[in-house]
Design a binder for this molecule. Structure first.
Ligand code: C2E
Ligand code: MG
Ligand code: MG
Length: 655
């Protein structure tokens, strides 16, 4: 049974092994011309010697037809030799070849057996020789097609040996035995060769599979290492690799490239209000929008968080950069639909050119960052190209940072106080403490400048602490109906221990906690909404009050006002400049005043400089006002005199 199965296997096509079938056909294809060459030459040699002794149909037509068949097959092979075969077509082709080998074996054997009786003993020997050499030649040519080779071998040996034995001639019988033995040996060789061949094919395939696997693995690793998984854009690493590669080529090529840094304004709010899953969706959408803007030579990457990078491989003129930047900003500024809501973001972009702005990748990147920084400060939602003016700003910033780090804050920092006026009682109800810094080298540094620089490092914690102690010290001498308003930075409330420290300073100052009001800007709150909520609640629980400062300048979202425990909202002074002439500003102020009234919040209108502005906001229902009209920021020493001029509010508590 096992032998039968083996025999069947040996005579069949390895259908389940496409690779083997393909290799068999390929290897056999290379032998075809040789196979037909052997057949035609041998056949013609025998036919020619039998021209006189055998009838024409046996010496001319039959062999002629056989040779013509060989030529036809050969021509067909020549025509289709380069055509790739699918596995579905290869299997029937192989089967056809086995059948053809059988048919050819029968045809050629029949011809030689029919020819055998004609001619002399020499000619008979020639036929026997013909059979033997042709058989061996053909078997070797068919070596890769085991089934065809075995079929051919069996047909020829069986038919010829039987015939030779039937002649009863001892020489022919010996020849038949010899042929059979050689045939068996040939069958073994075929089997051995075929197994080796199949083994090589399998080994090659395994090698190929393992190479493909390794390649795929390394491709995957490369992809993972260079692609941002959220947006599918190239990541920071691959962005920098491209910058480095370009910077190395550029000096030789004499060209240059542009680097753009994009930062999303308002992304933090989306994360805070709608959650991180929605934030991720927005980033994906940003990635898709940027990808749609990519063109030959312009690439985008996600550098991390809400920061993206653009690379213009060939340096573009400034007008084109501005135009491209505007297109990017405009695309990013379209509304985003997240979880049934519509989120509004803008993108700001800073450009820097290599090698003009910087001769190393790090330098160009920093310059693009500086341009972005300038954009974010005053020109959000627009492109900014790095210029030397930005460079001066950066230098100044690092100088200020350096001086601030080494300053004796206790003696250099001081405060000015600006009154907050109540129109109803016509009294000053509070004083806002405004930090001032006078440095021996730099002179007076504007609070906006040194506070911003201090905020970039943890220096702000020390600045706040020194200023708060000084402010409380002054406030402890004020009349009991005057409260102190003190500005905080985001970092001051960025952890609970930091917020606790502020509370401890207030509680240890002797100033009643309800006389202390902390002002915090929207941007500070939006940095980490949850922590801001936690810190502000702690401050409130200690008895202090909290105000939302500069309302209207950031991404004024009513949800902040609603969700955080504010007592007061301060409308930013930018609305006051034209509140008496611009109906839009007037409407905004009115709606914020209405909002405060509805939410039961106090509202302070900041930055009133003229009585006409004051009249307008008073008419709109504003009660607490602040601005140069009511008092400029003044030194602590000037406060008692100021209060005295204000309807006898000068009963300063002397300690
Ligand atoms: P702010 O808290 O909104 O303070 C009000 C700013 O507006 C002050 O500027 C003040 O001098 C100015 N101002 C008040 N009334 C008027 C007016 O009628 N017209 C005009 N044009 N300006 C007016 P200042 O002192 O330069 O402070 C700027 C900002 O710096 C402050 O804005 C505040 O955000 C920050 N800041 C000041 N002191 C401190 C501080 O001690 N700590 C922190 N973290 N920030 C502070
Ligand atoms: Mg303030
Ligand atoms: Mg303000």
């Amino acid at each position: 049974m096992v032998r039968l199965a083996r025999l069947r296997e040996a005579l069949s096509v390895a259908e389940g092994d496409p690779e083997l079938v393909r290799s068999q056909l390929q290897a056999f294809g290379r032998q075809i011309p040789l196979l037909y060459f052997i057949l035609i030459v041998n056949t013609m040699a025998v036919a020619v010697t039998h021209l006189g002794s055998a009838p024409a149909w046996l010496s001319i037509y039959f062999p002629g037809a056989l040779c013509a068949l060989c030529v036809i097959r050969c021509v067909r092979w020549w025509r289709i030799r380069h055509r790739p075969l699918t596995h579905d077509k290869a299997v029937p082709e192989l089967r056809k070849l086995i059948w053809l080998a059988g048919i050819f074996a029968v045809a050629f054997s029949s011809w030689s057996l029919l020819l055998f009786p004609y001619g002399s003993a020499y000619e008979q020997a020639q036929v026997a020789f013909y059979m033997a050499t042709t058989l061996v030649g053909c078997v070797f040519c068919l070596m890769h097609l085991r089934a065809a080779a075995l079929l051919l071998l069996s047909i020829v040996i069986l038919s010829f040996s039987t015939y030779l034995v039937s002649t009863r001639s001892p020489v022919f019988i010996a020849m038949a035995i010899d042929m059979t033995l050689v045939g068996v040996a040939l069958a073994f060789i075929i089997e051995l060769y075929y197994r080796t061949f199949a083994g090589v094919v399998h080994a090659q395939r395994e090698l190929q599979v393992s190479q493909e696997k390794t390649q795929r693995l390394s491709d995957d690793n490369f992809r993972l290492a260079s692609i941002d998984s959220l947006t599918d854009l190239p990541n920071r690493r691959s962005f920098f690799a491209s910058l480095r590669a370009l910077s190395e080529q550029t000096p030789a090529a004499g060209g240059g490239f542009n680097v753009g840094l994009i930062d999303l304004d308002g992304f933090k709010q989306v994360n805070d209000i709608y959650g991180h899953a929605s934030g991720d969706l927005v980033l994906q959408e940003v990635g898709m929008r940027l990808l749609a803007l990519a063109e030959p030579g312009i690439f985008f990457a996600r550098l991390g968080g809400d920061e993206f990078g653009v690379l213009a491989q060939h340096k573009l003129p400034n007008e084109t950069l501005v135009e491209l930047g505007e297109r990017i900003c405009e695309t990013l500024g379209q509304p985003y639909r997240v979880a049934g809501n519509v989120a509004e973001l803008t993108g700001t972009i800073g450009w820097a050119a290599f090698p003009e702005a910087g001769t190393t990748v790090q330098q160009v990147f920093e310059r693009a960052d500086a341009a972005l920084y300038v954009g974010k400060e005053g020109r959000r939602g627009t492109p900014v190209i790095f210029s030397t003016e930005h460079e001066t700003r950066i230098r100044r910033s690092s100088l200020v940072a350096q001086e601030l780090r080494h300053a004796d804050l206790e003696s250099e920092l001081f405060l000015e106080f600006q009154p907050i006026y109540d129109v109803l009682t016509q009294r000053t109800i509070g004083m806002e403490a405004l930090g001032r810094w006078h440095n021996a080298r730099l002179g007076a540094v504007r609070p906006e400048e040194f506070i911003r620089i201090a905020e970039r490092t943890d220096l702000i914690l020390r600045v706040t602490e020194v200023l708060l102690r000084k402010a409380l010290d002054e406030a402890s001498r004020w009349p009991s109906d005057l409260y102190l308003s003190f500005n905080l930075s985001a970092i001051d409330i960025s952890t609970s221990p930091r917020a606790r420290r502020l509370v401890d300073i207030v509680l240890g100052s002797g100033v009643p906690a309800h006389h202390v009001n902390f002002e915090i800007t929207e941007t500070a709150v939006t940095r980490d909404f949850e922590q801001a909520h936690c810190s502000l609640t702690m401050i409130k629980q200690a008895g202090c009050r909290v105000s939302l400062d500069d309302f209207g300048t950031g991404y004024s979202s009513l949800s902040y006002v609603h969700r955080l425990p504010f007592d007061t909202i301060k409308i930013d002074r930018s609305f006051m400049t034209d509140v008496d002439s611009n109906s839009a500003s007037k409407k905004i102020v009115k709606s914020v005043l209405d909002l405060c009234r509805n939410l039961g919040l106090e509202c302070i209108v900041e930055g009133l400089e003229t009585s006409s502005q004051a009249d307008v906001v008073k008419a709109l229902g504003a009660r607490a006002l602040q601005g140069y009209l009511f008092g400029r920021p003044m030194r602590a020493s000037a406060v008692p005199a100021y209060l005295q001029t204000m309807l006898g509010q000068g009963d300063v508590v002397e300690t």
